[in-house]
Design a protein around this ligand. Structure first.
Ligand SMILES: *Cc1c(COP(=O)(O)O)cnc(C)c1O
Length: 373
């Protein structure tokens, strides 16, 4: 057998989590649909790996092996990114603990913190992704999102991991925007990775998924217990679709990055476009840290068109840009975040590049901007 750790991204994605080849069997075994499984009448649940679907599913285990290989840790998948984040927070935090959360990150995490965590006596500190971070002594968990959604700011994970470790705090990184090919937080010193697999990781805009990855046996045991007790599991078919989609992650991300890079170059010269953000752009404030810790740049960028009407005219005029929330899918999409109550200006657009041909996409976006006036 060849040395797996030496394989490059494309090879790792195609092979991640696949079982040993068996003649006559598929490369990726089909989804196993089961609530209860047959039990051994004498040994009971101890007699076989699968007893009941909430805790045991072989399709899910293969997906966990695949994501775990890419992240460099062990993995548990949950029913959505939000389920993974709340599962992590509830597994780690106890009343009286202090948690640091991003002030500019995914909005449902902030809502969960103010509505639920604060209510059970957890002290919540909101800190902008770029900092400054407070003194971490007495903090149980530091949770960051980098690049942050939707503002695309970046935090130095190595430096923050060192500070967290010195203070006895755990560091968790939301790796949704980067994906494990874009950034490997566990190697940068984070204790935990959490992410939505709904976005670029699976990339087909057809399922919701979340995961937690770590090298800590205790934290993973706590998350596994939480998942079992709350029932926040992905279905077998979603897990199988996700695994199938992972094989093309390297290809999809490569085109998305290429499209983002080309669009950013064009957008930078447009008089009506302000506040252009993309961590891969040398002029971007996030660039120095991003290039030092990221393995590739995301296909997501953001900019401001001034007001809601111009955004609507732009998306309406574009043939290849669909109005949709979420990001990371095969199709290019634009989302005016203020319509969801995000703390962004009315003309702020998050643009997620799909895998369309780069020249077609640049031509279409250029024409749509002109049409929007
Ligand atoms: C979408 C998203 C989530 C939530 O994921 P769901 O799969 O929609 O539940 C969490 N964090 C970030 C950064 C996201 O973009």
């Amino acid at each position: 057998m060849s040395d797996v750790t030496a394989d490059r991204d494309g090879t790792r994605c195609v092979r991640a989590g696949l079982p040993e080849a068996v003649p006559g069997e598929p490369f990726l075994p089909g989804p196993v649909f089961a609530a209860p499984y047959h039990l051994d009448p004498w040994a009971g649940p101890a007699g076989a790996p699968n007893g009941y679907g909430r805790s045991d599913n072989p399709t899910r285990r293969l997906l966990e092996a695949a994501i775990g290989e890419l992240e460099g840790g062990d993995c548990r998948v949950l029913s959505s990114g939000q389920a993974a984040i709340t599962g992590l927070l509830m597994s780690v935090l106890r009343p009286g603990d202090t948690v640091v959360l991003p002030a500019d990150g995914y909005f449902s995490v902030r809502a969960f913190a103010t509505e639920t965590l604060a209510g059970i006596g957890v002290r919540v500190l909101f800190v902008p992704t770029v900092g400054p971070y407070p003194d971490l002594s007495g903090v149980r968990l530091v949770f960051v999102e980098t690049p942050a959604n939707p503002g695309l700011d970046v935090v130095d994970v190595r430096a923050l991991a060192a500070r967290a470790r010195a203070a006895g705090a755990l560091l968790a990184v939301d790796n949704t925007t980067a994906t494990p090919l874009g950034q490997r937080p566990l190697e940068l010193g984070a204790d935990l990775v959490v992410a939505s697999g709904t976005k670029a990781l699976t990339g087909h805009s057809d399922l919701l998924l979340g995961y937690v990855a770590s090298r800590s046996v205790e934290v993973l045991a706590a998350v596994t217990g939480w998942r079992d007790h709350t029932g926040a599991i992905p279905g077998a078919f979603d897990a199988w679709l996700a695994h199938r989609s992972l094989a093309t992650l390297d290809l999809r991300l490569a085109r998305q990055t290429e499209n983002a890079s080309a669009l950013v170059r064009m957008l930078a010269g447009q008089p009506r476009v302000t506040g252009l953000r993309w961590p891969g752009r040398p002029e971007d404030p996030a660039y120095p840290v991003a290039v030092a810790q990221m393995r590739r740049m995301p296909g997501v960028l953001s900019f401001d068109l001034g007001d809601a009407d111009r955004v609507a005219r732009f998306v309406d005029a574009a043939r290849l840009v669909a109005a949709a929330t979420s990001f990371g899918g095969l199709h290019t999409t634009a989302d005016r975040r203020a319509q969801w109550g995000d703390d962004t200006s009315p003309g702020f657009v998050r643009l997620s590049c799909g895998v369309e041909d780069t020249n077609d996409l640049v031509a279409d976006v250029t024409a749509a901007l002109r049409a929007a006036g």
